[in-house]
Design a binder for this molecule. Structure first.
Ligand code: DLL
Length: 424
């Protein structure tokens, strides 16, 4: 669809959606009233910026049903975030919302080369987390043979993958890397499996990690993005170009804002992603602040899709680490590790000792280097520390630890332990 036609469709949907929310969600109606905006002021998609923002704090405030925009009896499903602190975010869906969400996930599978001839192994967690059911529904919509494995039990994952000749793998990138490692440990070469592609998301991962996974599994690895608040996975996905994720703009209007001022930034500038759900019925969030920092591009994509593309999230406006005054994204450390020949299995610990921040990076020694002498290990730690210092501008203490001693993740990896927060 040409850009102008997408804008016209967005305008049509937004006008209806704002009226729907105003009439059915008293909490948002109050926010609009306070801002002096009425549904009549929203005549086009260009008026989006007049609406108030929503954030996780609003969802906590209205937990569990304060954002519901239809009678509960019209809802058929509840999902929730994977967060472990505070009140979880609850999302509710009508059957129409489920269909819309699965359609978005189906697009992601097709964009990664999937069809009804594929066997799609879904090892995102099932249950409250949106990863499993989202990709599962998308795979059904495509007509692929769906293997609802859920996460964990890697032996069984590998047995089914080989016996049932799975051709596509859907899981977090850290679990994909672990499956690749486990296959190698069992003596399989990358060409021994039947996989051709993987759809990996739900956590940040780097280009280097993509190459690593592609090599270890012998596949093309595609990124997929989403959050519970917008349905789940499938808000955006990569196409064959593997160069930015197309946002499903017919269902979600996107803006990038300055996280400090809330000002809408021009295309190409880095800022916080904000989504407006244009046609969800039960949980239609308007101008929801994701905290994910991204860049958008409308450059023509060789794949032919006209939907805007978002970069990989470059971090979050709220979990970016500031160490000795320097902004640090964990993905920068990951990039160095992979460039230096280490696996992306690591743990970052930040602390404050005598009023000074400390940065410790724990990294596994690859098995082929494990027989090194102590002096050899110390020199490797120094070399890696130097490479991280060059990237970040601050010195870490690197600890090389024996293979398989850093806890593996079956879902989202927890890689950063910021002990400073415990002291406040
Ligand atoms: O993680 C939904 C999902 C499931 C996406 C499966 C992709 C695949 P939440 O648990 O609500 O939902 O977490 C949402 O995870 O705001 C981002 O910070 C992060 N995130 C999601 N996808 C990516 C990605 C699911 N591809 C939060 N790259 C989001 C980087 C991602 N971060």
């Amino acid at each position: 669809m040409p850009h102008d036609a997408i804008r016209a469709l967005q305008t049509e949907k937004l006008v209806k959606q704002v009226r729907h929310v105003y009439d059915h969600v008293p909490y948002y109606r109050d926010l609009m009233d306070k801002k002096g905006v009425s549904p009549d002021d929203i005549k086009s998609i260009d008026d989006l910026c007049k609406l108030p923002f929503l954030s996780k704090a609003d969802l906590r405030e209205t937990y569990p049903y304060g954002m519901l925009a239809v009678p509960l009896s019209d809802c058929v499903r509840i999902q929730s975030t994977s967060g472990t602190t505070g009140k979880r975010v609850i999302a509710y869906y009508t059957q129409h919302d489920i269909d819309l969400w699965e359609e978005c996930c189906a697009r992601a599978i097709v964009a990664a080369g999937g069809s009804r001839d594929d066997v799609v192994q879904v090892c995102y967690g099932y249950g409250l987390f949106t990863g499993g059911s989202g990709l599962h529904g998308g795979s059904h919509k495509v007509g692929s043979l769906t293997l609802p494995m859920s996460s964990g039990n890697t032996d069984r994952q590998i047995q089914f993958m080989m016996d049932l000749k799975a051709t596509m793998l859907c899981c977090t990138p850290s679990y994909a890397a672990y499956i690749g490692e486990s296959l190698r440990d069992r003596g399989y070469k990358p060409e021994d499996n039947y996989l051709k592609a993987g759809i990996f998301g739900a956590e940040p991962w780097t280009e280097e990690m993509r190459r690593d996974i592609e090599k270890s599994l012998g596949i093309k690895a595609y990124d997929i993005y989403g959050l519970t608040e917008t349905s789940g996975p499938g808000v955006a996905f990569e196409c064959s170009e593997q160069h930015g994720m197309h946002i499903n703009e017919d269902h979600f209007a996107v803006e990038v804002i300055d996280p400090d001022t809330g000002e809408v930034l021009p295309e190409g500038e880095k800022g916080e992603l904000v989504f407006t759900s244009l046609d969800k019925e039960a949980f239609p969030l308007l101008r929801y602040r994701t905290r994910d920092i991204c860049v958008l591009t409308r450059e023509k994509c060789p794949c032919g899709r006209t939907h805007v593309r978002m970069s990989k999230p470059l971090g979050r406006s709220d979990d970016m680490l500031i160490i000795r005054g320097v902004n640090v994204f964990p993905s920068q450390i990951e990039t160095v590790l992979i460039n230096e020949g280490y696996a992306p299995v690591y743990r970052i610990e930040v602390d404050r000792v005598n009023n000074s921040d400390t940065l410790d990076v724990f990294v596994e020694l690859p098995p082929d280097r494990f027989t090194d002498t102590v002096s050899g290990i110390i020199s490797k730690e120094k070399k890696l520390g130097g490479a991280i210092r060059t990237m970040l501008g601050i010195s870490p203490i690197v600890h090389l630890v024996p293979p398989k001693t850093i806890e593996r993740s079956e879902g989202k990896a927890v890689r950063v332990i910021d002990k400073r927060k415990l002291h406040d």
